[in-house]
Ligand binder design. Structure first.
Ligand code: FAD
Length: 354
């Protein structure tokens, strides 16, 4: 009798045992601070990854990696590589930097050409002059003389980047100044790079379903816990009545970045809003009515750099460039007290995937 019972029970026991091994997928959420802002990371542990470190160990690894990005590219850290480069006054002599740092500068120079000079990481002296850099906020309009004096050493033609043996993969990076006072500011692109570094680390651990966000720059891979795309909300620039969500977008193996003038600005004596984004052509904060632009690209570094550069160009030119370069972009334009939205055809296709 006992034997019979056991044979009958064993498949059931086996099934229970098996189902216990197949743990239900769980979502891990991590958050922390970096680059003067916050980060939020979600990943799905569906039991397919062997030897996955604990969430605490994963967070320690990611914090170390983000600390390294700061040590290389933070103008807010006086001992960072970028701060040392900015005070280095020799022209035409290579200044050795980490390969990642050189990679970010190389992409920034490429995107300078794509955005017709609008993204220009040498605008740092003007960003600081207008009070949007690491020095304290002045909230006052600088004199034309000071703007002209600083502008003498702004311009992407005054900066060069290279890799030993011309090999960006294995060579060592270096930068070259064409003017002793060149000062670069990577705030427009290095946060996006930080997102990509975190994403690459999660992939190295074997994770394929995750969402990484640093200060509003985001990368989404695979699906969420419900096996749907990560759906991301693009906020309305200012909260009017009702929700603050303008539109939601599926982020499937894509990077996304937003630039705008509704968070980081000050008002001059006439009440004009002066944005932290400088138009390199006029050497002053942008003056158009584009409230925000959101850009999607294969990497978040590219999306981040493009969002600042296209934001400088303004709505019309940004849309023109987006159609030419097949970029998915979404714009919110301020008309008086109301907002109007516009999107590129690539963005239209993106939201049709929902
Ligand atoms: P984005 O549009 O992404 O970038 C705009 C920024 O780019 C401006 O703030 C300016 O710095 C620069 N810029 C303006 N015009 C142009 C232009 N035409 N071309 C190129 N660049 C331009 N902030 C802190 O307050 N404390 C910190 O400790 C701190 N640490 C940082 C460390 C790192 C490594 C980085 C990359 C940034 C750090 N920041 C820090 C800055 C902060 O994280 C954001 O980068 C900054 O607020 C701009 O991000 P955004 O998304 O608002 O604007």
């Amino acid at each position: 009798m006992k034997q019979k019972l056991l044979t009958w029970l064993s498949p059931l026991l086996l099934a229970i045992a098996l189902s216990a091994c197949e743990k239900a997928p769980e979502q891990i959420a991590l958050e922390g601070k970096t680059m003067g802002t916050t980060y939020h990371i979600k990943y799905i542990n569906d039991g397919t990854v062997t030897n996955l470190p604990s969430p605490k160990e994963v967070q320690q690894q990611l914090d170390m990696l983000l600390k390294e990005v700061n040590n290389q590219m933070s103008t807010y850290q006086k001992d960072s590589q970028i701060s040392q480069f900015n005070t280095f006054e020799h022209t035409d002599s290579p200044f050795n930097v980490a390969t990642d740092f050189a990679t970010v500068v190389q992409e920034a120079i490429r995107l300078n050409h794509v955005t017709q000079g609008a993204l220009d990481v040498t605008v740092g002296p003007l960003v600081n002059l207008w009070g949007f850099g690491p020095d304290k906020r002045l909230n006052k309009v600088p004199s034309d003389e000071l703007i002209a004096e600083r502008s003498a050493y702004v311009g992407i033609d005054k900066l060069a980047v290279g890799f030993t043996n011309n090999d960006p993969q294995n060579g060592k990076g270096f930068l070259i100044k064409k003017h002793p006072k060149v000062y670069i500011d990577l705030s427009s692109i290095a946060k996006g790079f930080g997102v990509d570094k975190v994403a690459q680390h999660l992939e190295k651990l074997g994770l394929q379903r995750y969402l990484v966000e640093i200060g509003g720059e985001i990368y989404g891979k695979g699906t969420n816990l419900q096996n749907h795309s990560w759906n991301i909300a693009i906020e309305k620039p200012e909260f009017s009545q009702g929700t603050s969500v303008q539109i939601t977008v599926p982020l499937h193996n894509l990077g996304m970045a937003t630039s705008g003038n509704y968070r980081n600005y000050f008002e001059d004596e006439q009440g004009n809003r002066l944005s932290h984004i400088i138009d390199p052509k006029i050497k002053r904060p942008i003056t158009h009515n584009l409230a925000s632009i959101t850009v999607f690209a294969p990497t978040t570094m590219t999306a981040d750099g493009l969002s600042t550069g296209l934001y400088v160009l303004g709505a019309e030119k940004a849309l023109e460039l987006a159609e030419k370069e097949k970029l998915a972009i979404f714009l919110i334009i301020k008309n008086g007290d109301t907002f109007e939205t516009k999107m590129s055809s690539e963005f239209q296709k993106l939201i049709e995937q929902k």
